[in-house]
Unconditional design. Structure first.
Length: 439
């Protein structure tokens, strides 16, 4: 029988009515056998996520009044969900245990993880599935680094005889039993790991949007959803700021060749976005040339100029060793006959003056120039490969929008075109690119 691992985000589990929607979704498809819940999220815009309350509570351990008050908010949320669902998940006792344990922990990880732990217990009772504590299958080394190999073995061994289980997201434990969490939003990673561990046919990631959009809807009103996207395309878009799930969640599913389906708990009939490793040629063509557009602000371009640079051996190496010394990574390095430019995320440069002085010295430049407030915009799509006229269409649209392009980079994979423009042209660039290819 087919297996689907389904992960539900915090807003999908914010209260009992959301739990009920989730149950309907799960029972609608018998393949949905392994469930990974987040902690209860916001019920309304000013609400506080349970995870945030837990961090707050942990930090207030020395202040009894705040600690008690904050913990009460957490307690009420779980008791209310349990009561409204009419299940007995032993919440009252579990909450007492958590409150007491929190006082003895040396890091906030234990406290933060309880949001998922308690929600997982309610979910298991509500669905009638086996509760599998993530501490028994998601393995971290004693130094706190995640251990992927042991985790995969632990999940497959544990699930061998468990056909239907709830595994709380976000945390795991070291062999000695210390709880460790992933970074925020880490339940996505748990879902991907469980999917790989049980060799699922699909990993469904249920959230509060109907998949990834072709552009940021704050910039392009009514941006269309992406139906199918490859892992590579998504990586490009995610790197450039299009967030749909935790960055580290892609890898385990991708390694195991499991498609990820982003779906909307509040609109389960919407198609969502399917993330796959490969996509057939005719499907690429039917999707259109461009899959998505994303961008990031706040870069700078440092241009080194030196006469006869093109004949000089080792110039690039010297420039890059300076970056290495400053622990800086660069995004792009376009070069001309007498110039070499470095595009760097400006907030990562702690000492600009020193960096420029070191570059000037190491490369013996004639001049060095810096341009601030640069945006990088990626126009991504497998359909661009071999498709003549794509660049012409894009640049014509940008000229029409009166955008000045500072740099162009197209990798030989032809999967993306990256542009550098002034931050002030960020919105106009994304809109023009969107309109050129999508509308
Ligand atoms: N509850 C955790 C957070 O708020 C993890 C998650 O939701 O994925 O970050």
């Amino acid at each position: 029988m087919a297996i689907k691992v389904v992960k539900f985000g915090g807003s999908s589990l914010a209260d009992a009515s959301q739990f009920a929607k989730v149950k309907d979704i799960i029972t609608a498809d018998p393949a949905r056998r392994y469930v990974v819940p987040s902690a209860p999220g916001k019920r309304f815009s000013d609400d506080i996520k349970v995870t945030d309350l837990l961090y707050r509570c942990y930090n207030a351990r020395d202040d009894r009044e705040t600690f008690e008050k904050t913990f009460e908010l957490i307690r009420q949320r779980y008791l209310e969900i349990e009561r409204d669902l009419n299940v007995d998940a032993g919440m009252a006792k579990a909450l007492d245990d958590v409150k007491y344990e929190m006082l003895f922990q040396s890091s906030s990880d234990y406290a933060a993880s309880r949001g998922e732990y308690l929600n997982g217990r309610i979910m298991a009772a509500y669905l009638g599935y086996t509760f599998v504590d993530a501490a028994s299958v998601i393995v971290f080394d004693e130094d706190g680094t995640f251990n992927p190999a042991l985790t995969q073995t632990a999940i497959s061994c544990k699930m061998e005889n468990i056909t239907h289980a709830v595994v709380p997201g976000f945390y795991g434990a070291t062999p000695s039993g210390r709880i460790v969490t992933f970074s925020r939003g880490g339940s996505d990673i748990t879902g991907s790991l469980v999917a790989a561990g049980v060799k699922a046919d699909e990993y469904e990631n249920w959230t509060d949007v109907s998949g990834c959009l072709m552009a940021d809807p704050r910039v392009v009103k009514g941006a269309k959803p992406i139906g199918v996207v490859t892992y590579n395309e998504l990586r490009e878009l995610a790197y450039m700021g299009a967030t749909v799930m935790h960055e580290d969640a892609i890898y385990p599913a991708r390694q195991a060749n499991i498609p990820i389906h982003i779906k909307n708990t509040n609109a389960p009939d919407d198609a969502g976005t399917l993330i796959v490793s490969r996509i057939k040629k005719d499907e690429i063509l039917s999707r259109g040339v461009v899959t998505g557009i994303a961008g990031k602000k706040g870069f700078c371009i440092i241009t080194l100029e030196k006469n006869m640079l093109h004949n000089e051996i080792g110039f690039g190496r010297r420039a890059l060793s300076v970056l290495e010394l400053h622990h800086l990574s660069f995004e792009h390095m376009p070069s001309g006959i007498d110039t070499l430019s470095l595009v760097i995320d400006e907030k990562t440069i702690p000492d600009m003056e020193r960096l420029l002085a070191d570059l000037t010295h190491a490369c013996n430049t004639d001049s060095i120039e810096i341009v601030h407030d640069i945006s990088l915009i990626a126009v991504v799509g497998l359909g661009m490969a071999g498709n003549k006229g794509t660049a012409a269409r894009l640049f014509a649209a940008l000229a029409e929008a009166d955008v000045n392009i500072r740099m162009i980079d197209q990798g030989s994979s032809e999967m993306n075109i990256i542009l550098a423009v002034d931050d002030t042209d960020y919105d106009a660039t994304i809109r023009a690119a969107y309109e050129a290819f999508v509308k």
